[in-house]
Structure formats: structure tokens, C-alpha cells
Design a protein around this ligand. Structure first.
Ligand code: IPM
Ligand code: MN
Length: 331
């Protein structure tokens, strides 16, 4: 079986970590037929293209997309983020952003939890605008869009994932004490869907408290489900307490499989270290492992994860770490 993968290295260290991820997948014995797409901040600065309809349509016929990182300091904020990354998430209906965090320190038990971040709604939906822009009476609004349909399908996915794990524990994270409209919809839908999953134990944490627990007692978590913006912020913290953002992987999933899913490290393009063979490729490699899981190659995915574990937090150049993972795979 050969999988057709659309590869978007993007900007900065994306160009360095993606080849390592592809190298490891091939070494794990999974054949990929890749096609590169030159998109991102650098491309935009060159000819103004962010993402054309034709490319988006062509992606629909691929088995998966693998993305490095996008963003260039010289491009105004939002152009690439909204025009490329969020457009991919929205138009391909990648409504789940799955971000696993595993940490096994030399001493202590460590932790192993997954954040399920709603990926198509909330404050990311782009609702809002300006009134009287640039005047002393300027008004800016930026609303949060929460549909029953969007919230429910996200919760259902999170419950099913929790049900499939040994601990079967799901925590809803929100801010229901202040966001009394969106929070109410999330909380009510959570309780309703919970009735369909009697094996799953549930909990609720306010997002500010969850930030404390991520640092003081992350082992309490199994699966967490939350909205788009809380999920964005919490998963950077998740990375920070799990060895660093250089280990944080993600899958932007279309669980209904009406199109390809997209896999990317949580980190950005890191222009400060780009081009120096310094970036940690583990996050990209683990993102490729999530891709293998989703493609139906769980055994290869597991071997890639075990190889990353064996390499651990070893320091070295991007290519050295990639080589070490390949060596651990073939040991
Ligand atoms: C992420 C990133 C993106 C997000 C940015 C680049 C738009 O921070 O994937 O977490 O906010 O979702
Ligand atoms: Mn983020």
C-alpha cells in the first residue's frame, strides 16, 4: 500500500523537520508518494499567493497532508494563519485537533493525556469586525461561534476516544462561570453525550484552574476536551510541561473521512533558528506517527513512537536526531 501525501513544508524550520519525518516513515516501512506544495509566508512574499482554490481542491484527493510550520515575520499577522492554516482546517472540515502529551521523567510517574481541541469554531471562526476604525470611538468586536452541531460532534469524538483508553476519563475544560452562553451550551451538550458513554468518568475544570493542574498535577488527566482558543493556549502549556514544545505533535482530523486529515507539529516556524539544522524534529516525527495511525498503520505508528522514546531528549542537530530515530527503529 502506498499513501499519497501532500507535503507543505511551509516556512523556517518546517523545511528542516518535515524531511526528517518523511525519512522516519519510510524507515518504518510505510511507502509514501509525496507531492510538495510551496506555500507559506515566503511564497506569499514572493508572488502574493496564500492558497488558491485549485490547490485546495487537489488536496481532497490525497490520503493525508503533512505540514511543517507557517509564518514569516515580514508578513502582517493573520494573512497566512487565516488564509492558509485556518482555511485548510475549515474547508477540509478538520474539526478535531488532537494533541497528545506524554512525559516519562527519569524520576516520578510522568503523564499521558490527550487534548481534543475543537478546530473549526469559537473565536477562530472570524466573527466580528470594526466600527469607526482608526477614530477615537473605534469599536472592535470578536465573537465566539459555538454551534450545537459543532460542539456535539467534538464532544462525541472525545468521549469515544476516552472510552477506547484504559482510564476512560474525560475532562471538559471551559470557563462556564463567565462565558455563560457558550459555556452553557458546552456543559449541557457534555452532560447529554455523557449519558451515551456510561463507562467514561467525567470531570469539569475551569480553564484557569486547568492551567494550574497542568503544571502541578498533569497526571490527573486522561482526555481533555475544550474549545478552539482554550485548546490553543492549553496545548502550548501541555508542550511546556511535557519536555518542551519540540515534542508536541498534532493531528487536524476529519473523523468522518470526507477528505484528508492534516498533521503538523504544534510549534511554529522559529525564524530565529531556521536554516541552522538546530530544530528538534521529534514533534514533526510524532505528527507523522499520528498520520500513520489515522491511515490505518497503527503498528508502524507505535514503532515510530517507541523509537522517539528511545532517542528521548537527546540533544543534537535536526538531522542527527532524525538519524537516531531511524537507527532506533531498525535496532
Ligand atoms: C496552533 C497555532 C495556530 C493556532 C496559529 C498559527 C494560527 O498556534 O496550531 O496552535 O492558533 O491554531
Ligand atoms: Mn497554538
Amino acid at each position: 500500500m502506498t499513501y499519497r501525501i501532500a507535503v507543505i513544508p511551509g516556512d523556517g524550520i518546517g523545511h528542516e523537520v518535515v524531511p526528517e519525518a518523511l525519512k522516519v516513515v519510510q524507515a518504518a516501512g510505510v511507502d509514501l508518494d509525496t507531492e510538495d506544495f510551496d506555500l507559506g509566508g515566503a511564497r506569499y512574499l514572493r508572488d502574493g499567493l496564500v492558497l488558491d482554490d485549485d490547490t485546495l481542491d487537489r488536496w481532497r484527493s490525497f490520503d493525508a497532508l503533512l505540514l511543517g510550520a507557517v509564518g514569516t515575520p515580514d508578513v502582517p499577522p493573520g494573512v497566512i494563519e487565516r488564509g492558509l492554516l485556518l482555511r485548510m482546517r475549515f474547508e477540509l472540515d478538520l474539526y478535531i485537533n488532537q494533541r497528545p502529551f506524554t512525559y516519562r521523567p527519569a524520576e516520578g510517574d510522568g503523564h499521558d493525556f490527550v487534548v481534543i481541541r475543537e478546530n473549526t469554531e469559537g473565536t477562530y471562526a472570524g466573527e466580528g469586525g470594526f466600527l469607526r476604525k482608526g477614530t477615537p470611538h473605534e469599536i472592535a468586536t470578536q465573537g465566539s461561534v459555538n454551534t450545537r452541531f459543532g460542539v456535539e460532534r467534538c464532544l462525541r469524538y472525545a468521549f469515544a476516544l476516552a472510552a477506547s483508553r484504559p482510564r476512560k476519563h474525560l475532562t471538559l475544560v471551559h470557563k462556564t462561570n463567565v462565558l455563560t452562553f457558550a459555556g452553557d451550551l458546552w456543559q449541557r451538550t457534555f452532560s447529554e453525550v455523557a449519558a451515551e458513554f456510561p463507562d467514561v468518568t467525567t470531570d469539569y475544570h475551569h480553564v484557569d484552574a486547568a492551567c494550574i493542574y497542568f503544571v502541578t498535577s498533569p497526571e490527573r488527566y486522561d482526555v481533555i476536551v475544550t474549545d478552539n482558543l482554550f485548546g490553543d493556549i492549553l496545548t502550548d502549556l501541555g508542550g511546556a510541561v511535557s519536555g518542551g514544545i519540540g515534542f508536541a505533535s498534532s493531528g487536524n482530523l476529519n473523523p468522518d473521512r470526507t477528505g484528508p486529515s492534516m498533521f503538523e507539529p504544534v510549534h511554529g516556524s522559529a525564524p530565529d533558528i531556521a536554516g541552522q539544522n538546530k530544530a528538534n524534529p521529534i514533534a514533526a516525527i510524532l505528527s507523522a506517527a499520528l498520520m500513520l495511525d489515522f491511515l490505518g498503520e497503527p503498528e508502524a505508528a507505535q514503532r515510530v513512537r517507541a523509537a522517539c522514546d528511545a532517542v528521548g531528549e537527546r540533544s543534537g542537530s535536526t538531522t542527527d536526531i532524525g538519524d537516531a530515530v531511524v537507527a532506533a527503529l531498525t535496532d
